[in-house]
Design a protein around this ligand. Structure first.
Ligand code: ATP
Ligand code: MG
Length: 633
């Protein structure tokens, strides 16, 4: 089919297009209005309709294919490995729903999850939306302070947690952190539901804390029907990664999200009922919400819920799962691929990957060397996709479900997906840039398609001010990313709009300089930031993780590698883009979702306080950076 025509229709004949897509899901009550645009920039989808997310993900498949696998759990941490069919998942979700109901959860209440990657986490999400309640999953790696602020924001009736998670064989207690958080926050949480895995000591405070295994025993025969909710009823809230500042609480609806995911599974991810989908993210992130939990299940696929590292017991673990479970679609992140890249590529060739059709990657820029390396190593098409916590599903990608021959272009995440009226605007004037190869702010015209955020939880003002007020004369949503469209319509993401360096009047994207630096064969990873400079206003500084640590073992060696890297940048971008200094570290400061914490790096370089660091992966990374920065040359 002609994707260009389908896309045009999705924007120009919006209501007709989405009315058709809405038929992919079950409606308890049909909607009468496709999109309510009476109150811009707000938009409500499928108004008048009633549905339920859990019904579409579980019940309708349990009715037609009860014996098909639905949830495949593999933990290389505890050795647990099990498969639940749609029928079994249906039963377990009802038991969980009965327990939550018993603890007082009803429609509109919040249920906060602080959980490792175990089936009970997915079951609790499904059970929550089954009751018309709203889940708020807090990534299991967050410490008590971050958890407390999210508890206060969500004001949950129940917090679901586990005694512990496990990472790289190390037990990470959860319940004590939750107890600390509960002591810190001002909201008083009526109940804590504990999944006891027997990994760590978990103290129980009666009657607040309830043991799930015991409570479940009492409701084995539970039948809890789905609570039908209006299409615009919130299904969940979720925080952005906090790469650029204080995380924003994204609020998602029910009907629009379900339709959007069903559409994306067919048109972008090419998933088919009965097949297996493997997304290596975590349920604490939006990719996990959309493509570990809801997307695959809505599509009638089995989803793999994996607890463990990508390189343990060895770097072939993912590929052994692809072989064992005949995975047809896989979804991961460039950061994870870079971890694999440091291992022996022979690992990947040991397994039969014939079931696999595509590997999708998202979350951060996919640099050309990484894309080329993984494409060659597994011999499958690599499809980039660009989106945000806010949008819930891809803005840019390739619609291979519509056009199987859609060509990837290295370095580009692709073209606009259905319903996204993507526009590049001049950052100064707000004028639309229509000619190819012009760099502008990537924006989306009003209304956002179904599935995107409805508002910031509890703060409509912040929603309007943050996303819709940059270009006051145009109703456009700002992604805060720079983009460029080439003559064939492919987009390129050139970094975040607050990542521009102004060197003596030249405006340079940090991302462009990073691309140049990383094209040097000795570079494994790089971060470039702009640092205040008395003479030039700003200069670029680069922090590099060398592929071979022996090349940075002495000051002389570091100097030699630095000079080579600078020459590489000179050749590719010109001397104006050359970093003023290149420092070498073993690890870069990243968020737990694998994104570079550029603003923190910049703060260290400029001797400022680093600000909100609740989402940092490895706090020692900042110390290394500090040491490198203060090293006198
Ligand atoms: P915050 O908004 O709190 O600062 P964040 O933007 O990192 O955090 P996410 O919603 O997890 O939170 O990340 C979305 C951003 O990640 C995008 O705006 C973009 O900058 C980047 N991104 C995601 N996918 C891609 C991709 N395929 N290519 C390039 N950049 C990407
Ligand atoms: Mg963001």
């Amino acid at each position: 089919m002609d994707y260009a025509a389908l896309y045009r229709r999705s924007v120009d004949d919006r209501d007709a297009f989405w009315r058709e897509q809405a038929a992919r899901i079950d409606w308890h009550t049909p909607f009468d209005l496709v999109c309510d645009t009476a109150n811009p920039p707000f938009a409500q989808w499928f108004v008048g309709g009633e549905t339920n997310l859990c019904h579409n993900a579980v019940d309708r498949h349990a009715a037609t294919q009860p014996d098909q696998p639905a949830l495949i759990h593999v933990s290389t941490e505890t050795g647990r490995e099990e498969t639940l069919t749609f029928g079994q998942l249906h039963t377990e979700v009802q038991r969980m729903a009965a327990v939550l109901q018993g603890l007082g959860v009803t429609k509109g209440d919040r249920v906060l999850l602080y959980m490792p990657m175990i089936p009970e986490a997915v079951i609790a999400m499904l059970a929550t939306v089954r009751l018309g309640a709203i889940h708020s999953v807090v990534f299991g790696g967050f410490a008590s302070h971050a958890l407390a602020s999210r508890i206060d924001d969500a004001r949950p009736t129940v917090v679901v947690t586990a005694d512990a998670g496990s990472r790289g064989g190390k037990v990470i207690p959860y319940k004590p952190l939750l107890d600390e958080a509960l002591a810190q926050c001002s909201h008083s949480v009526p109940h804590v539901l504990l999944i006891n895995r027997g990994l760590a000591e978990a103290s129980m405070t009666a009657p607040r804390d309830v043991d799930f295994a015991q409570a479940r025993e009492a409701v084995l025969d539970a039948q809890v029907p789905c609570t039908w909710v209006p299409s615009e009823h919130p299904s969940y809230t979720l925080y952005t990664s906090g790469t650029t500042g204080k995380p924003k609480g994204v609020q998602r609806d029910t009907g629009g999200y379900t339709v959007a995911l069903a559409t994306s599974m067919a048109q972008i991810y090419c998933g088919k009922p009965g097949e297996v989908f493997f997304c290596t993210s975590d349920i604490g992130w939006v990719v996990g919400h959309s493509y570990i939990v809801y997307g695959p299940l809505i599509a009638g696929m089995a989803t793999i819920v994996y607890e463990g590292l990508p390189i343990r017991p060895d770097a072939a673990i993912w590929w052994s799962l692809v072989e064992k479970y005949k995975v047809s679609v896989m979804f991961s992140a460039p950061t994870a691929v870079r971890v694999l890249k440091k291992q022996d590529p022979e690992c990947l060739r040991r397994h039969d990957l014939s079931s696999l059709r595509h590997l999708f990657l998202a979350g951060e820029p996919l640099d050309e060397p990484t894309a080329a390396w993984i494409g060659e190593a597994i011999g499958k098409p690599i499809v980039d996709n660009y989106w945000q916590t806010e949008t819930g599903w891809p803005i840019l990608s390739l619609a291979r479900g519509i056009d199987p021959d859609a060509k990837t272009r290295l370095g580009s995440p692709g073209i606009p997906m259905p319903g996204y009226d993507v526009k590049l605007l001049d950052d100064q004037t707000g004028a639309e840039l229509t000619e190819p190869n012009r760099k502008g702010v990537l924006t989306i015209g009003y209304p956002l398609p179904p599935g995107c955020l409805q508002t910031v939880w509890g703060d409509d003002d912040r929603y309007v001010k943050t996303y819709w007020s940059t270009f006051p004369h145009k109703p456009v949503y700002n992604t805060f990313d720079w983009g460029l469209r080439d003559a064939d319509g492919y987009y390129f993401i050139l970094g975040r709009t607050d990542d521009v360096i102004n060197v003596a009047g030249h405006r340079l994207g940090t991302r462009e300089i990073e691309e140049a630096v990383s094209s040097h064969a000795g570079v494994a990873e790089v971060a470039v930031v702009g640092v205040a400079d008395q003479l030039k206003g700003q200069v670029a500084r680069a922090f590099v993780v060398a592929r071979d640590p022996s090349r940075t073992a002495s000051p002389a060696l570091r100097q030699a590698l630095e000079a080579e890297i600078m020459q590489t940048v000179d050749r590719q971008l010109g001397a104006v883009a050359r970093p003023a200094r290149v420092d070498f570290v073993n690890v870069l400061p990243k968020t737990r979702s694998g994104k570079l914490l550029r603003r923190a790096i910049q703060a260290v370089c400029e001797g400022r306080a680093t600000g909100d660091l609740t989402t940092i992966e490895d706090p020692t990374a900042l110390q290394q950076l500090q040491d490198a920065v203060s090293e006198v040359r």
